[in-house]
Design a protein around this ligand. Structure first.
Ligand code: WT7
Length: 652
């Protein structure tokens, strides 16, 4: 990318936090935020050192931050701790001992379980002993390929307890994707289940593991949770039932005293090209980062019931279903299945049943809820909600307003949280008791986060000038490297602004006149129409603001005159039929809202868009369709191959 991105955002609505919310919030005034933020940037070692004091360390660190060997960071060097201890044992000497740690709900109606901190601790200790008995020790890699069941959280915390490195592979991935990840991390043990429930059918996880293990010689054994009860084959001497091993395991297992920089997990994330990147996170800094962000951004109170809907197979689940909430001694809800099983109101039913107070989900889910209609949330009492969150991609103002009005009843602040698998924890977000929000803006950097928006020379850009989002100082929960690929780590994140020593996030962003940050999406997704760089996100926002549209994806295609033309893929709402008239109306609408430059040259109507399994629209496939060329490259992250096939068929 070169040159600036022209930002055409024009969102002026502003929502201050309700006074009653601010009064009780963990950070409660703008002045307090500003002072803390300024201090955290000026004196990060003092700031983060004080935060880390909230947690348990077997031995205190010698040095808070070591950036001498940049971009390879060390945090709390010399310190000894354990995140499993901090998520569990730390709470057992208090009344939290019998507090609900995990409230779990399976997809089949009536499948429910509550684990108190004491019970969770017991199970984790037992499973840690199971791991040891399987020959797993400190530094060994363990793959978790599981449904959203309590055993997944138990297995993670058990790995962390003994210093084994977990690598969670989302249950929707196929055998080849599993093989790649197992090879890359030289995994010794796989933990899985017979199956998991998803939208009424059984996801046959064990079958996929069997297929993958044919070509994974490093894997010596597999532990299998009985979840769905479908028949599976158990390889003699290699495969063991979870329950059988647990029955024999001792319930005492002291947490290992690990170096702060001991690896905690590897999580693979797809790059736009090449093989997946193994993001490596370590213990102390990640723990401190997820602890503090959960505390202030979700403003978690002792009595809150908190629900993050992400699958634990993604970083959001790691940081904000498990580690962040448990490090805070909170009650975290975990749901196994789909939002529309058995019906479109499942989420709202869960919120009503557990009186959920804090709800964190993704824009792609919110847009589905809008499409399904208001009657589903309206059937349920959602008055327990006091705070809403969004993550994963830019939330278009239309979806933000719907979330605010229909789910939040206009009383709940919304935290639009920007971060990445690489950052480990939230980086840019409103503070719910402090920041007046604007629909679609992630607002301001969190404490200790030093961001800038710059052009290709590294010069800071002014108001309404879009450019590269960079992070100017290291932060505790940052990735330490790409597993086994230090050079790629340097190249991907640190080479563009090597002289300045800045982290390249890969996203475009812009600041408005009030200093609010707006994320414009991936730099790779920027359009270049007649020499003007436009963010696809902004054109999509304009389309979704039209009453007929529920979801839109915009890509560029090769255009003889303009360099790049604008192609829009559009899903219509109920009661709207595709027609040339609607197509013209949409073009005129974008022209009115943004200008002639952004007017789509092509409008494609589609029932659904190709998405990653985590819900991100895969624009590179749409680009191929718009350009009329064949699709090449890795398709393993695509959720539903049929969507793409259908799009192609529609073109013919
Ligand atoms: C990319 C990171 C971080 C957890 C889930 C995704 C996009 C994420 C936002 C947001 C605009 C967002 C960015 C980022 N993104 N949150 N609130 N507003 N964009 O993790 O798969 O590593 O993806 O997701 O493009 O770089 P991930």
């Amino acid at each position: 990318m070169s040159g600036n991105i022209e930002s055409v955002l024009n969102e002026t609505r502003k929502f201050p936090p309700p006074e009653a919310f601010s009064k009780k919030a963990s950070i409660s005034s703008w002045a307090q935020y500003q002072a803390l933020h300024a201090e955290s940037i000026k004196n990060p070692e003092k700031f983060w050192g004080e935060v880390a004091e909230d947690l348990h360390w077997f031995k205190k660190w010698d040095r808070v931050r070591n950036w001498d060997n940049a971009p390879f960071a060390k945090w709390f060097e010399g310190g000894k701790t354990n995140i499993s201890y901090n998520c569990l044992d730390r709470h057992l000497d208090s009344w939290r001992k019998n507090k609900a740690a995990i409230i779990w709900e399976g997809e089949p109606e009536g499948d429910r379980k509550v684990l108190t901190y004491l019970e969770l601790h017991r199970q984790v200790c037992k499973f840690a002993n199971v791991l040891k008995a399987q020959g797993i020790g400190s530094g060994d890699s363990v793959a978790l390929y599981m449904p959203m069941i309590p055993e997944l959280a138990i297995a993670m915390l058990a790995c962390a307890r003994i210093g084994a490195v977990h690598s969670i592979i989302f249950g929707g991935f196929s055998a080849p994707a599993l093989v790649d990840r197992i090879h890359d991390a030289s995994t010794k043990l796989v933990i899985t289940a017979d199956g998991g429930f998803r939208r009424g059918s059984v996801l046959k996880l064990k079958e996929t593991v069997d297929e993958a293990l044919k070509s994974c010689p490093t894997v010596k054994s597999a532990v299998v949770v009985k979840r769905s009860g479908n028949a599976v084959t158990m390889a003699e001497g290699r495969d063991f039932w979870w329950d059988d091993l647990m029955a024999k395991a001792d319930a005492v297992c002291p947490a290992a005293e690990l170096d702060s920089e001991h690896p905690l997990y590897i999580l693979y994330t797809s790059g736009s090209t090449g093989k997946p990147k193994g993001i490596l996170h370590t213990t102390g800094g990640y723990m401190v980062g997820t602890y503090l962000t959960t505390k202030h951004i979700f403003d978690i109170k002792e009595e809150d019931t908190y629900w993050c809907t992400a699958d634990i197979g993604w970083v959001t689940g790691h940081s904000y279903v498990v580690y962040g909430p448990l490090a805070n001694g909170a009650t975290t809800v975990m749901y196994e299945g789909a939002p529309n099983a058995p019906a479109n109101d499942r989420f709202w039913e869960i919120i009503e049943r557990y009186k959920v107070n804090i709800f964190y989900t993704a824009p792609t889910a919110i847009r589905s809820f809008m499409k399904w209609g208001d009657e589903h949330p309206r059937k349920h009492d959602l008055s327990s909600l006091r705070l809403l969150g969004s993550v994963g991609e830019p939330i278009n103002p239309e979806a933000w307003m719907w979330y605010h009005e229909v789910i939040g009843g206009k009383r709940c602040p919304i935290v639009d949280t920007w971060w990445q698998t690489e950052t480990g924890a939230i980086m840019i977000s409103p503070l719910p008791g402090v920041t007046p929000t604007k629909p679609g803006s992630a607002t301001f950097p969190f404490l200790g986060v030093d961001v800038a928006i710059v052009n290709e020379k590294g010069e800071e850009l002014g108001v309404n000038q879009g450019g590269f989002l960079v992070i100017k100082q290291p932060w505790p929960s940052m990735l330490r490297t790409l597993y086994g690929a230090d050079d790629r780590y340097k190249d991907v994140y640190w080479s563009r602004f090597a002289r300045q020593g800045w982290y390249l996030a890969g996203d475009g962003a812009v600041r408005d006149a009030d200093g609010y940050i707006w994320i414009l999406g991936r730099i790779d997704d920027v359009l270049n129409v007649s020499g003007h760089r436009l963010s696809t996100m902004e054109v999509e926002s304009a389309l979704v603001a039209h009453e007929a549209v529920v979801e839109a994806a915009v890509v560029g295609f090769k255009h003889d005159v303009k360099g790049e033309g604008v192609a829009a893929f559009v899903t219509l709402g109920r009661g709207h039929e595709k027609s040339p008239k609607v197509s013209d109306a949409l073009k005129a609408h974008v022209r009115n809202m943004i200008g002639p430059l952004a007017m789509p040259d092509q409008i494609h109507f589609t029932d659904s868009l190709p998405k990653t399994r985590s819900g991100k629209i895969m624009r590179r496939f749409l680009r191929d369709v718009a350009n009329g060329v064949e699709t090449k490259g890795d398709m393993s992250t695509l959720e539903d191959l049929n969507v793409l096939a259908k799009l192609r068929a529609d073109e013919e």
